[in-house]
Design a binder for this molecule. Structure first.
Ligand SMILES: Cc1cc2nc3c(=O)[nH]c(=O)nc-3n(C[C@H](O)[C@H](O)[C@H](O)COP(=O)(O)O)c2cc1C
Length: 336
């Protein structure tokens, strides 16, 4: 008998789909979600996901092998759809028989979902609108993550609470849907499970876990921050659409504004094409996040964080965070 019977019952479909004890995913976080955090999450009964980000196929290969050495539990790999070597990365996942691939960052390119399913893995997709979600789920996506604007990292314009009301009644009966963005405690998790979610995905709450390799200064910045410090980036040029990024306010936030102006000027002068300009912006983020997470440059780097950062106040082992979430959820459901 589970110690969290009500929560576990609501999570059953999601946990079966993931092959984990609890349907709690730690969303992939570039530079943060590497072998140590990913294996710790999976070993604690959650579901860890490696962030491939801009890694080469060789680096991804080593990271998957390193993760496998630390856990025999299932974990996933998050691939960014615009990666120029997406299909080589899928081949790496195939060689390792990765069970779940998350396709993030845009509409999956032609053939990518098929290539993943061909080696027997499950495909998890993101979708910003209900129409697109239906299309992706009908054309091979096995599960969906809806992610609201409270989240850390790249975000859409709609709040999690609204996405949940729009997507869950329409999809939750027939499909596996995970809810992400702004979840800091188990009571909120319970609410989305009751609405039909098969599970949840958290990032910010896990970023500073004991097992996370993030620099101590990165972690300190999280512990000090309040919800209102995690702000969305602003777009400075209407012709250069950039996906907003939620991060803690610092000099890096201003550097990004300057970077956009610089890229917009290159666009004006015809020195770069739009696709190239947008890719340059994405490279900027990857570099800035690395500076903060790995080097601990919390002034000029990017401190990507969601609004739930105000609920992150100390370093805790992943197993404790998961236990708290489960207990809070169970207590809430028991009071109903
Ligand atoms: C530091 C950081 C880096 C992230 N990097 C990625 C990424 O590389 N790919 C991705 O799909 N999501 C990324 N995310 C989003 C998370 O996977 C997750 O969906 C999100 O953090 C959930 O919302 P929360 O932060 O409110 O818990 C990142 C989030 C953070 C905080």
């Amino acid at each position: 008998m589970s110690v969290h019977p009500k929560t576990s019952t609501l999570m059953r479909r999601g946990a079966e789909f993931l092959g984990s004890e609890h349907a709690i995913l730690c969303g992939a976080m570039s530079w943060v979600s590497e072998r140590n955090l990913v294996s710790a999450i999976s070993n604690a009964g959650g579901f860890g996901v490696i962030a491939c980000g801009a890694m080469t196929p060789e680096l991804l290969d080593a990271e998957i092998a390193g993760t496998k050495a630390l856990t025999d539990k299932p974990f996933g790999v998050n691939l960014i759809t615009m990666h120029p070597q997406l299909f080589d990365l899928i081949d790496v996942c195939a060689r390792h028989a990765v069970g779940h691939v998350v396709l993030a960052g845009g509409i999956p390119p032609k053939g990518s979902v098929e290539a993943i399913k061909a080696f027997g893995a499950k495909v998890i997709v993101f979708a910003p609108t209900l129409a697109l979600a239906k299309k992706l789920l009908r054309s091979g996506g096995d599960a969906l993550v809806i992610e609201g604007m409270e989240a850390g990292g790249h975000i859409g314009p709609v709040a999690t609470s609204v996405l949940a009301q729009e997507f869950l009644p329409a999809l939750a009966e027939d499909y596996i849907v995970f809810v992400a963005g702004g979840i800091g405690r188990g009571e909120a998790m319970a609410g989305y499970l009751e609405m039909g979610a098969a599970g949840v995905q958290l990032g910010t709450r896990f970023a500073c876990a004991t097992e996370s390799i993030a620099h101590p200064d990165f972690k300190k910045a999280f512990f000090r921050a309040n919800a209102r410090d995690a702000v969305a980036s602003v777009q400075v040029d209407p012709r250069l659409p950039v996906i907003p990024v939620r991060a803690l306010k610092n000099s890096g936030t201003e550097l990004f504004t300057a970077k956009q102006r610089e890229v917009a000027q290159l666009l004006d002068s015809g020195k770069v094409e739009m696709g190239e300009a947008q890719l340059e912006i994405e490279h900027y983020w990857a570099g800035a996040l690395r500076r903060a997470v790995i080097d601990g440059d919390v002034e000029n780097g990017s401190l990507m964080a969601g609004q739930s950062v105000g609920m992150v106040s100390k370093e805790e082992p992943v197993a404790d965070i998961i236990a708290q979430l489960m207990q809070e959820s169970e207590a809430a459901l028991s009071r109903r």
